[in-house]
Design a protein around this ligand. Sequence first.
Ligand code: PGA
Length: 243
Amino acid sequence: MPRKIAAGNWKMNGMQSTLSELQRLEDKHGDADIAILICPPFTLISACEDTPFDIGGQDCHAAEAGAHTGDISAEMLADVGASYVLVGHSERRTDHGETDALIAAKSKAAYDAGLIAVICIGETLDEREAGTTLDVIDAQLAGSVPDTADALTTVIAYEPVWAIGTGKVPTTDQIAEVHAHIRARLQDRFDDGSEFSLLYGGSVKGSNAADIFGVPHVNGALVGGASLTTADFSPIIAALEAA
Ligand code: PGA
């Protein structure tokens, strides 16, 4: 069975004072039997070392080290206690022009450092309206998931770009179609394709989480805004536990 994962992507939010939220989350979900992954900004990763939760970076460089001002390597993330890293988030693809090839290289760097790569894919609104969603998903899976991926080292997050931070959520039928498609592609390509955890991301909230987690092949969520407070994240975690 794929592992259930409730992942919080704090994006460029969070100060040292925010860490008290993690303590509140620990009080409620410290002994959850699903994986709870927190991806804070780089500046807070080492301060998270005592939490019971999995910790991840939001990005890494493809190189191990070197002259890359402002960048962070996968090894550095592992060194301060991270066990996961997000790669290919649509905000990175858009804001930093990241290509599928670069995302594959970052994923390989994550594997080399012993990190699990959460590879993010998803179509834009134009692509959905043009009817090309599954083609976009195919191209992103082919281009950004390395051939060396397996279910222990790789999680796939399907995040329709138009649903991120907008409050717009696809219908459960739309999520079901894409998740079934991703599962089938992974099964075609990898011996353990049935075991990869597949996350849905984009405007997940306590009010829609149970419906989303009821969709076949949805094994968890990648949550942005609603992961910033325990009050918002806790019902999502509870819904995943109950699913
Ligand atoms: P959102 O972000 O939950 O705020 O829509 C999700 C994400 O970008 O991972």
